[in-house]
Design a protein around this ligand. Structure first.
Ligand SMILES: Cc1ncc(COP(=O)(O)O)c(C=O)c1O
Length: 507
C-alpha cells in the first residue's frame, strides 16, 4: 500500500477523525513523505472500505490546516512546509543551542526596577499560605459551594450559542458591556440609593482593579492618601506602590473619626489629602458601620476641601438587622465620591468582576485607564452576569445567602462566647461574612497562629491591617465559606491553641 493508513471499525472515535489523525501522525513521523502524492478520495474510500464523504471530511481538515496542498488539475500532495514547523521553535532552539547563553546564567547587573516596582518589592507582601490548613478562617470568601452554578451554566451556554459574534468585538467596550452597566445601575439604585447613568458605571476586574485605576488616575508619588486605621491591605498596598504617603485615620464604634480627620486635613490646616479610602457600610476589619451624622459630616468636608472619597462597598449586601444606610455615593450631591463595588462576595471571587461608579467628569479618564490596563473585562462573563442580574437571580441569591450567613454569624458568636467566655471580645455590627475578635491570652499572636496551624486551623491576625502598632490578640475570622460543623470544630481547635500545650479540649 503506497499510502498506508489503518483505522478501526470498533473504535469509538469517528472514522473521519481516525483518518485525519492517522495521516497527520504519518506526516509528522516522516512515514508519509513531504511532497508525496495523496490518493484521491475515491481511492482512499475504497482502500479503507468507508464512505467517500468520510474521507472527504478528513481531507478537508488536512487541507484546511495545511498538511495537504491541492493543485487543481494535478492532484493533492503532502505539504512541503508543515504547519507545525511554523508554530514550533523547538528545532530552532536546538540548532542554536551552542550559540545561546546558559539559561541559568547569573544576572549581568542588578535589576533597575521602576519606583513602582521597587515600592512593591520593599513592602512586606500580603501573606498567602502555601499550604492551606484543613479549616481556614483566613480568606474572605463567600461559600463557594452555594454559587448558583446551574443557572450560571444555563446563561453561559445561551451566550455561547449566540450567532452574532460581532457583539464581542472589543474596541468600544472599555467601560463594560452596555446591558451589564444598565443592570448594575438599576441594582445600585434599588439596593444602595446610588443614582447614576449606566455610562458612569465602569466594569472592572474586581475591586482590586478599581483601586489600581483610582490610584493611577488620581494619586501621584508623595501625595497623601487617607486610609482607615485599621484598614484594608489591598488598598494600602495599591497606594503605597504608587509612592503615596498613607495617613491613618482612626476608627471607633461609629466608623471613621471625622473629628480627627478634620483636625488634621481641612481648609484651615496645613495638610490636605488627595483621596480618602473608606469602607463605610461594614468597616474593614472592625465591622462597624459609619453613622449617618458622620456620613453627612464627611460629605460636607469632602466638598469643602475638594477631596475625593473612595467608597469601597465590598460586602454591603450582608446586613442582618435593621435597614442599611444608603451608600455615601447615594447621598453625595457634590460629585465627591467614587463608588467601588464587587461581585466577589455576593457571587464568586474567581469571576473577577466588579465596578466603579465615577462622577460624570471622570468617566472618560477612567474608561481610558481601563482600556490601557486591559482593554475591557471578559465580555462573555459580562453578558452572563447582565442576564443574571436582569432576570432577578442576583437578588434571589443574595436573599438566600443573607439568611445562611446570618445564622453562621450568630453561631460564630455563640461558640466563641461559649469557648472563651470573658476572654473574647467580638466587634462589629450584625453584618458581613467576617468577624473581628480580641482574645485575652498570654500566647503571642505569631505563636497562636502557628499552634492553630498545627491543629489544622488557619487564622489571620490584624497586624498588617494597621499602619501603626496592632493590638495584641486581635484576629479577623472569615466564616462565610464554612458550614456549621466546620465552624464549631475550627473554633474548638482555636481554643485549644490558646491552652498551654495546644491540646484539643474534651468535647
Ligand atoms: C475591603 C475589601 N474590599 C474589596 C474586596 C474584594 O476584592 P476583589 O473585588 O478584588 O475580589 C475585599 C476582599 O477581601 C475586601 O476585604
Amino acid at each position: 500500500m503506497d499510502f498506508p493508513i489503518h483505522i478501526s471499525t470498533v473504535s469509538e472515535v469517528p472514522l473521519h477523525r481516525q483518518i485525519y489523525e492517522e495521516v497527520r501522525r504519518g506526516i509528522l513521523s516522516g512515514r508519509l513523505a513531504k511532497g508525496k502524492r495523496v490518493p484521491s478520495t475515491r481511492e482512499m474510500a475504497k482502500q479503507l472500505s468507508v464512505a467517500r464523504a468520510t474521507v472527504t471530511m478528513a481531507y478537508d481538515y488536512l487541507l484546511g490546516e495545511g498538511y495537504f496542498e491541492a493543485y487543481p488539475g494535478s492532484g493533492t500532495y503532502v505539504s512541503r512546509h508543515l504547519p507545525d514547523e511554523l508554530t514550533s521553535v523547538e528545532d530552532v532552539v536546538d540548532e542554536l543551542a551552542d550559540q545561546l547563553p546558559e539559561r541559568t546564567a547569573p544576572l549581568p547587573r542588578p535589576r533597575q526596577l521602576s519606583r513602582y516596582g521597587a515600592a512593591l518589592q520593599a513592602k512586606e507582601w500580603i501573606g498567602f499560605p502555601d499550604d492551606e490548613p484543613e479549616i481556614q478562617f483566613t480568606f474572605g470568601r463567600p461559600d463557594l459551594d452555594e454559587f448558583p452554578m446551574r443557572i450560571w451554566n444555563q446563561l453561559l451556554s445561551r451566550h455561547c450559542r449566540q450567532r452574532n459574534l460581532s457583539i464581542l468585538d472589543c474596541p468600544t467596550k472599555s467601560g463594560g458591556y452596555g446591558p451589564l452597566r444598565v443592570a448594575i445601575a438599576g441594582y445600585l439604585a434599588r439596593a444602595r440609593a446610588v443614582i447614576c447613568d449606566p455610562d458612569q458605571v465602569i466594569v472592572v476586574s474586581g475591586s482590586q482593579q478599581a483601586l489600581d485605576l483610582v490610584t493611577r488616575v488620581l494619586v501621584d508619588p508623595e501625595d497623601t492618601v487617607g486610609i482607615e486605621e485599621p484598614g484594608y491591605v489591598g488598598a494600602q498596598r495599591a497606594f503605597q506602590a504608587q509612592g503615596a504617603k498613607l495617613s491613618p485615620i482612626y476608627v471607633d464604634a461609629n466608623g471613621i473619626r471625622t473629628d480627627y480627620l478634620k483636625s488634621r486635613f481641612d481648609v484651615n490646616t496645613d495638610e490636605s489629602l488627595k483621596v480618602l479610602y473608606i469602607t463605610p457600610s461594614h468597616q474593614y476589619p472592625t465591622g462597624v458601620s459609619l453613622s449617618l451624622p458622620r456620613r453627612l459630616d464627611l460629605l460636607s468636608w469632602a466638598s469643602r476641601t475638594g477631596t475625593i472619597i473612595i467608597e469601597d462597598d465590598y460586602d454591603s449586601e450582608y446586613r442582618y438587622k435593621g435597614k442599611p444606610f444608603p451608600a455615601l455615593a447615594g447621598i453625595d450631591s457634590g460629585a465627591s465620591v467614587i463608588y467601588v463595588g464587587t461581585f466577589s462576595k455576593v457571587l464568586l471571587p474567581a469571576l473577577r468582576l466588579g465596578y466603579i461608579v465615577v462622577p460624570k467628569d471622570l468617566v472618560d479618564v477612567f474608561s481610558r485607564a481601563k482600556w490601557l490596563a486591559d482593554r475591557h473585562s471578559p465580555l462573555i462573563q459580562q453578558q452572563v452576569l447582565a442576564d443574571f442580574i436582569l432576570e432577578g437571580h442576583l437578588e434571589r441569591h443574595i436573599r438566600r445567602m443573607r439568611s445562611i450567613y446570618s445564622e453562621r454569624r450568630q453561631l460564630m458568636i455563640n461558640v466563641l462566647k461559649g469557648l472563651f467566655e470573658n476572654d473574647v471580645t467580638v466587634y462589629g455590627d450584625n453584618a458581613g461574612i467576617n468577624i473581628l475578635i480580641r482574645l485575652n491570652t498570654d500566647v503571642p499572636d505569631s505563636e497562636l497562629i502557628k499552634r492553630a496551624k498545627d491543629l489544622g486551623v488557619g487564622i489571620s491576625s490584624t497586624r498588617n491591617m494597621y499602619l501603626g502598632a496592632a493590638p495584641h490578640g486581635e484576629f479577623l475570622l472569615n466564616y462565610g465559606g464554612l458550614d456549621e460543623q466546620t465552624i464549631i470544630e475550627g473554633l474548638s481547635r482555636l481554643r485549644a491553641a490558646t491552652e498551654p500545650k495546644g491540646e484539643l479540649l474534651p468535647a
